[in-house]
Design a protein around this ligand. Structure first.
Ligand SMILES: Cc1cc2nc3c(=O)[nH]c(=O)nc-3n(C[C@H](O)[C@H](O)[C@H](O)COP(=O)(O)OP(=O)(O)OC[C@H]3O[C@@H](n4cnc5c(N)ncnc54)[C@H](O)[C@@H]3O)c2cc1C
Length: 423
């Protein structure tokens, strides 16, 4: 055990997409006003300097909303990120075996793209490069190191970390701890955080495939009796093959069988569900599966603690909103902490943190309800509901103001958000 306690203003537990984004968002304050930040990440980092980045068939992708682009621009990372994003110019929603279809178009909304699809590896690489190149002494990146305990005291929070490479424990302290560990570690249990959780009894089967025709920037969302199937446009691979990210919602009882199919069978089955709008599918990469549940922490702040990202809320991936929602939380928190730090306030004081939760409440409620309701309405097999939803899709397709509202929600532009401090 290293007996020396290192002190910080903010300790971020987890350097995944959300934790690394928060560190990037706080960086200007850290550099300009001496805010001391530590990020503790359990998984060793890939060496950034190693090989040139290659688009992969084995990587997972995320749909970023247009609103997320605006946040990344303020953080100063969009330019680098945009090198490998694929613009979503159109969204095509259909109901398999029924007549309802609707389409959203970027041009109709007066934007270049409704959103962007990007490999998670690339987002991670851009955020970490930014921190390494711009962070200097301002950010302490402790990795590979696992947070094993968090205890709250009146004046400061105490964090115990285990350095995996040195087999050594260390004590840190901070005015504020941000829990951004994805909600899968034992820390939330240790802290007795209470969650509201409803399983969907489904898994997301995720992979990358090659369609016969170019996707032309169209994101497809196809609802079926068993659950939705999304095909999202990706950048072409280096050999020029087209690529789409597949997210296939699969009932619990079928996931084992589908994960065991050989590639040819999987391609054939996906083709049957999706049809031939993108020609014949020819190649499929590594597949991954994730159990799906709607999960939300009832208590997202405590004195000296904020819970963020998947640790605070996990959504159905159908509408591609989980990370986009989390990033709006990151932006609001960074702006608030920057302001409080400049005013010499205690960052961990509960009244400040309660104000943050209040600021986030509406956006969280609306986004979670949107993802959950879409999922449930399209899962409903009863004829009247089916008919109403298909009429709804047709109506949306014909009625521009309703389409506009849906497009604004998909773009993450239907709420208000503070601008980032120092941007
Ligand atoms: C199939 C699927 C598709 C999705 N598609 C989209 C989409 O298109 N658009 C969208 O907006 N969202 C999408 N999401 C949601 C998105 O993936 C999540 O919101 C996002 O990954 C959450 O990031 P996070 O940083 O909170 O958690 P994570 O990515 O899980 O990161 C947590 C990090 O904490 C580290 N960690 C854990 N425990 C400790 C510890 N004790 N000490 C130190 N470090 C620790 C982990 O190593 C990890 O790096 C999707 C989700 C799924 C399942």
């Amino acid at each position: 055990m290293n007996s020396e306690v290192q002190h910080f203003d903010v300790i971020i537990v987890g350097g995944g997409l959300v934790g690394a984004s928060l560190a990037c968002a706080l960086l200007p304050m850290a550099k300009r006003h001496g805010m001391r930040i530590a990020v503790v990440e359990a998984v060793p980092l890939p060496s950034l300097a190693s090989e040139p980045y290659q688009p992969s068939y084995d990587a997972r992708g995320t749909a970023l909303s247009y609103g997320t682009r605006l946040i990344y621009e303020e953080m100063g990372v969009w330019q680098a990120l945009s090198e490998r994003v694929c613009a979503i110019e159109h969204i095509h929603v259909s109901d398999r075996g029924h007549f309802g279809t609707t389409r959203l178009h970027a041009a109709e909304e007066g934007v270049a793209a409704l959103g962007y699809v990007v490999e998670n590896h690339w987002i991670g690489r851009v955020l970490l490069s930014h921190l390494q190149q711009q962070g200097g002494e301002a950010i302490s990146w402790l990795c590979p190191a696992e947070v094993t305990a968090i205890t709250m005291a009146a004046e400061r929070a105490q964090v115990t970390i285990h350095h995996q490479d040195q087999q050594q424990q260390q004590q840190l302290s901070a005015a504020l701890v941000v829990l951004a560990e994805g909600g899968r570690s034992s820390l939330s249990e240790q802290l007795s955080l209470d969650y509201q959780e409803a399983p969907y009894n489904q898994f997301a089967l995720v992979s990358t495939l090659t369609p016969g025709k170019a996707h032309a920037g169209v994101a497809f969302e196809r609802f079926t009796a068993e659950g939705p199937l999304a095909l999202l446009p990706l950048t072409d691979s280096d050999d020029g093959s087209h690529r789409c990210a597949l997210v296939w919602t699969t009932p619990d009882e079928l996931i084992g069988e589908r994960m065991d199919w050989d590639d040819a069978t999987l391609l054939k089955e996906v083709q049957q569900v999706f049809g031939y709008r993108l020609g014949r599918f020819s190649r499929i990469g590594e597949r991954y599966c994730y159990p799906l549940a709607l999960k939300q922490a009832r208590e997202q702040v405590r004195s000296r603690l904020v819970v963020l990202g998947n640790a605070a809320h996990a959504l159905h991936p159908i509408a591609g909103q989980g990370y986009n929602l989390a990033l709006r939380g990151v932006a609001d928190l960074a702006e608030r902490l920057g302001r409080l730090h400049q005013q010499g306030e205690d960052l961990g004081q509960l009244t400040h943190l309660n104000a943050f939760v209040e600021q986030r409440r509406q956006d969280q409620m609306r986004t979670i309800a949107f993802s959950d309701k879409v999922m449930k309405v399209f899962a409903e097999p009863r004829f009247p509901v089916q008919l109403v939803r298909d009429l709804g899709l047709v109506g949306l397709n014909m009625f521009a103001p309703a389409r506009h509202r849906l497009a604004r929600a998909a773009m993450g532009l239907d709420g208000t958000r503070a601008r980032l401090h120092g941007a």
